[in-house]
Design a protein around this ligand. Structure first.
Ligand SMILES: Nc1ncnc2c1ncn2[C@@H]1O[C@H](COP(=O)(O)OP(=O)(O)OP(=O)(O)O)[C@@H](O)[C@H]1O
Length: 217
């Protein structure tokens, strides 16, 4: 929940009095470059604090997890196995148990050969997939995905879309690819830090598309 939030980043006022309730299971976030999508996510996972207003996120140290636009902003460890094991800390497993768990998760997805691989040897899209797996292994209740489809090939996009659809967590997705959020129960269109439209995915995506079309004529 955001109540009267003002956020300034550098000399730019990104939000000035933004209020939102965010309860739906699936929420899409769309809008032009610079509209404030990433800034909203940064506020929700407490990476930034507003100069004014209130933010009420789900309680708990790992309640909210974020997948960054650039996987290199998120990945810490040199290998896939170590990176994913980090997400299992809450289970208090031994190192061997955590390794075993990670290998099972990878194997279930046909990715067993990824376990010992160096992150540096993975493509950008593969790194993004590692970030997704790290997110779902952790005990987050809310997942914030900032342009998660950006580096993925078409099969990768289809896989992530089906994983998002199945995830039990609340998921917020920011994207420029409207097909990935059009079916969501709620989509918010941000325009220069303000809510331009907010409602069912079909309607809000259609309104945004119509606006973009009218601007290019
Ligand atoms: N680190 C920063 N310092 C200063 N201003 C910033 C910074 N990051 C973003 N901004 C500004 O904040 C505003 C919102 O940016 P934000 O990254 O939230 O937009 P966005 O909707 O996620 O854009 P995109 O679709 O390009 O990812 C923009 O005007 C941008 O120039």
């Amino acid at each position: 929940m955001l109540d009267g939030v003002r956020l300034q980043r550098g000399s730019t006022v990104v939000f000035d009095g933004l209020s939102l309730q965010l309860h739906e299971h699936r929420i899409g976030l769309i809008g032009d470059n610079g509209a404030g999508k990433s800034s909203l996510f940064r506020l929700l996972c407490a990476l930034d604090r507003p100069q004014e207003g209130r933010i009420q996120a789900p309680a708990g140290p790992q309640a909210v997890g974020m997948m960054f636009q650039n996987p290199d902003d998120q990945i810490i460890f040199p290998t896939v196995e170590e990176e994913l094991a980090l997400s299992l800390q809450h289970l208090s497993l031994t190192r061997t148990q955590a390794q075993q768990h990670v290998r099972e998760v990878l194997q279930a997805r046909g990715l067993a050969h990824w376990a010992p691989r160096a992150i540096a040897s993975l493509s950008q899209g593969q790194r993004q997939h590692v970030c997704w797996l790290a997110l779902v292994l952790a005990p987050h209740r809310v997942l914030l995905l900032d342009e998660p489809f950006a580096s993925l090939d078409l099969p990768g996009q289809a896989l992530l879309k089906s994983e998002i659809d199945k995830a039990p967590q609340q998921v917020l997705v920011s994207t420029h690819v409207l097909a990935h959020v059009r079916h969501f129960e709620r989509v918010i269109w941000l325009d220069q830090g303000r809510v331009r439209a907010d409602g069912a995915g079909q309607e809000v995506c259609a309104a945004y598309e119509a606006d973009v079309a009218s601007r290019s004529t």
